[in-house]
Write a protein that binds this ligand. Sequence first.
Ligand code: SAM
Length: 313
Amino acid sequence: MKKWVREKLICPECLADEIPLDLIIKKADGDDVRQGRLICPACKRTYPIENGVAVLLPAASSAVLSETSGYNSKNMLSAYLWCHFCDFLNDPAATDAYQTWSSFFTKSDGDALDIGCSVGRLSLELTKTHPRVIGIDTSISFVKKARELVQKKTLDFDLIIEGFITENRTCAFDADFNYDGVDFLVADALALPFPGRAFSTVTSINLLEKVADPLRHLKDINRVMKEKASMFVFSDPFSWDETFSDPKYWLSGGLNGNGSHRGIESIRRYFAGKDQVFDPPLNVLDTCDVPWKIRKTRNLWEHINSECIVGTR
Ligand SMILES: C[S@@+](CC[C@H](N)C(=O)[O-])C[C@H]1O[C@@H](n2cnc3c(N)ncnc32)[C@H](O)[C@@H]1O
């Protein structure tokens, strides 16, 4: 964890009290804390930093760390590395999804937060317009790889062809990224370990349908977003799935009440101030459909339409 990140952190168990964390460094490599821990002086909970990766999960979500399936699996790592960097590999099947989402970023003196950052493409793009960028994800496998990409400034991974057959893919990274200004943490979108009004730009891309309580996710974004001169870039396919969230929490696609309309319409209403989810409300700057692809194996692809809406206040 880069040392500057500590200034931005609070205890995810004590969010209402915004308690800054004490940092104990056991081993550092320049600006990077390799081994150590963060301690909450109020609740005394300890958050480990191992091999440079800080884990700021509240107790309720810490079980995700030991999962070896889902977003921590080797297959997902191959799928998301392709998905985030296929244009660097000059793959003819590449989409321009990440260029579309990053086209909304504007120069800012304030910091940026990329929630559900996966292997970090959008966080890296945010370094072109923001002095400091933090990407957070509950997948330790993705966060480790994102940090490795920043350290080595090279993409190097085994792309799954079929079963255990893989092919190595390597390429140098974009020299325009500000590698010193970005870091990645294991943290939960439903308990962001940051004080209120800490970020000028916040992104939540293809994450809403994956969290257990989507409305809580939007409310926590409102909490950490600056009151003025701030932007929220949101995109989601709204392909709700009971594996991730109970239908009673879905913000659209339900049979009645709040969830009976389309997802993008729900988000528009929250942007406009419904239930004070966004307070102050957000003005819609732009909307678009973003064609996005996940490559699972040579022969298995997911083609997704992600509905994007950008708000400012
Ligand atoms: C569908 S992927 C999208 C990744 C990335 N935003 C993109 O569009 O390429 C969802 C990501 O959210 C992460 N995730 C799921 N639940 C999360 C949570 N509660 N907090 C933070 N990240 C979460 C997953 O590990 C995964 O990286």
